[in-house]
Design a protein around this ligand. Sequence first.
Ligand SMILES: Cc1ncc(C[n+]2csc(CCOP(=O)(O)OP(=O)(O)O)c2C)c(N)n1
Length: 190
Amino acid sequence: MPWLWRLWNTPSPLSALADLNLDPHNVFLVSGIGCSAKTIHYVNANGAHTLHGRPIPYATGIKLANPNLEVIVIGGDGDLMGIGAEHLVHAGRRNVDLTVLMFDNGVYGLTKGQASPTLRRGVKTKALARPNIYDAINPVVLALSVGFTFVARGGYAYDVKHLAYLIREAIRHKAPHSSIYCSRAQRIMM
Ligand SMILES: Cc1ncc(C[n+]2csc(CCOP(=O)(O)OP(=O)(O)O)c2C)c(N)n1
């Protein structure tokens, strides 16, 4: 399989794609903007690096145009829970078979200085001038309430085997609704 498995010799959770014997030309990764969005450049499959908050509508269009593709959305918690939250809500209630991978680090990693909607109230990260003043959204509760039928959260970013397992199960899940996989960690490396 011509996948690019290893980044700086680090095993990747996206080895799930090889485990499932998917051909790279049948996989389409769609990302928004952010550190997490760069993932698509490290995987040897089709990919579109789109706009901040908009990977889900792009991915929906790609899936509708070619239902045979395995379409995977990759976004940050700012991307999918902030500016793009409305798209996530409607992806949950529509009959589009997408897998959404959210890299949840609690901050706007690329641009800095801003809490994401998943950061708990009162937490002060390195790049925040003051502790966060807002309550957090719980992405798992949100995803369940809008109709996603496979929802999972990884415990720790460096538990690569577990993340690969969750991604594999999310892609395998073929219910009439989309699936979401959320990872909660201070730092995510893939
Ligand atoms: C419409 C729009 N608004 C704002 C930005 C600036 N911007 C780029 S990345 C980013 C935040 C990314 O945070 P997140 O989605 O959590 O991803 P991370 O970098 O933490 O992986 C912002 C605000 C943009 N590119 N486009």
